[in-house]
Write a protein that binds this ligand. Sequence first.
Ligand code: CP3
Length: 343
Amino acid sequence: MNDRFLRACRREPVDATPVWMMRQAGRYMPEYRALRAKHSMLDLCKNPNLACEVTMQPLVHGVDAAILFADILLPLEPMGAPFEFAKGEGPVVHKPVTCRADVDALRVIEPEDGLQYVLDAIKTIKRELTGKLPLIGFAGAPFTLASYLIEGGKSAHFVKTKRLMYSEPETWHLLMSKLSEVVRRYLRAQVTAGADCLQLFDSWVGQLSPEDYRDYVQPHVAHILKDVMTLGVPVIHFGTGTYSLLELQRDAGGHVIGLDWRTPLAEGWRRVGYDRAVQGNMDPTVLFAPIAVAKQHVDRVLTAAEGRAGHIFNLGHGILPETPVDTVKAVIDYVHEASARRT
Ligand code: CP3
């Protein structure tokens, strides 16, 4: 078993810094595009054998962890808010949530009731990994999920989301409670199915001021994390644009805190505290630079981590669709080489 990744999550010494990349399975890989030519994104997620095949695709690059192929939006459908991935537009929720009655109608499901295919995919992937690499399970955090439910898709200013939050706080908190309870159950079920680690994605939470995060979001995130942190697997708490939220996110929970490239890693880790591990934080667009320049950025991240136990190398956000595969491979190899040389 390559256990570098799990050791780093637990802040134990490692022979080289572990690395994986958010969205490591996806459109930048020709093998993924070939499968997508035959199947929709939702078909890939809903068929455990296909989800397993896609999960395995990026492992040839030498990453230290596999991440379940799925999407943060999958729980919305069984909760009563079906959506599709529309070509060129990203996710589209067919009937966005607008009022109290819409929130009342959302079902607080058990994961076996509507998401069994994800749990089956985890079991299939675990068999295929034969214990060689750890498997990361994941879910979306309630603010990020609520933003898709309310906006109906991607958003620039999150106006509808914040309007509901500011003008109907009771409705907002009911929605957040329902989402966080579903996510808590779903993450628990993923560990029962075999996930070795969990990541909570709060991709858009950086849209909030610290005060609003504290009042409208933090208790709901804590509801999830305080529970799943007791399951014996490491839990990663990830967001972007979170420079002003780091301490509040840490207090909400997570054994590992995600940092994006706008937070200097050394400062972020100091503020989060050395009793937590950190994950990050190279800018995903650095992978479009010449390989020699990308290596300089790797060195910068490793220098900021100071060889301290508990650093997982990752990008600050997901890998982009046009990323050159050769640079991905070169960066992964270089993280291992350069960090092993330093220890
Ligand atoms: O990391 C992995 O390899 C696992 C798979 C994974 C996907 N989505 C597959 C996917 C994970 C962890 C996610 C998480 C996810 N999904 C997030 C949080 C992470 C982040 O990047 O912020 C968010 C916000 C979503 C919602 C989502 N799903 C969007 C906005 C989109 C469309 C945007 C785009 O890139 O087209 C998706 C679709 C999606 N999810 C794709 C993949 C591989 C592309 C689908 C395709 O093949 O067309």
